[in-house]
Design a protein around this ligand. Sequence first.
Ligand SMILES: *Cc1c(COP(=O)(O)O)cnc(C)c1O
Length: 248
Amino acid sequence: MTTDHIEAVQQAALRLSAVRDAADKAARLTNRTGDAITLIAVSKTHGADAIRPLIAAGQRVFGENRVQESQEKWPALREEYPDIALHLVGQLQSNKAAEAIALFDVIHGLDRPSLLTALAKAMDAAGTRTPCYIQVNIGAEEQKGGCAIADVPALIASARDADIPLLGLMCVPPADVEPAPYFALLAKMAREEGLARLSMGMSGDYETAIMLGATDIRVGTALFGDRPVVQRPVPTSGRGMVRNSLAR
Ligand SMILES: *Cc1c(COP(=O)(O)O)cnc(C)c1O
């Protein structure tokens, strides 16, 4: 191990224990313990060299938001660490359903009938039943994925008919507003539908989410640091590469 590598593992271990401690504190306030909370380390845009220190620090549950990026990164790591669980936390195109079923242990983005049909078909073909969360467009935002609140009961019924194992509901609340009311609404919907789990809470709001019942928190930045900035060439500037866009 090089000094750089040892430092990277130490930093990952510090970040991991800071998130776990904060999650544990929030869980205790609602009469649970940190063990009841699944911490999904969202490693999108980060390469294997950034992921390995977190694995060395003991993290085993990871999340990605793109199928193709995951196919490039994860098969080798999973071979090395067979006990890793990989969650797909982003939007999924129906034509990638089979690839998603082949790679992921849990899918958080089931949000429409066409995707449900594609996933059921892919699961049948692969002879597996991959547990899913139904993603709810909890802020009724036009540009965002997720099932409209009014359509959630029908989608749940269709998933049950298609024998797709449903774990619970997932949401990404609107940016830059207080998330608590949205978390509370998602929790109420899950209770009414008899679903046990809630995938909600990211780096900026996971403690709030836990206090409102989250069982699965999806944390990227607090574990990995800022995501790399996408570098795009600007041909006319004469300065070559400029930083002009934040990565997702
Ligand atoms: C990127 C992402 C996260 C993690 O976000 P951070 O703010 O970096 O913790 C969580 N959930 C989804 C769906 C994401 O795309």
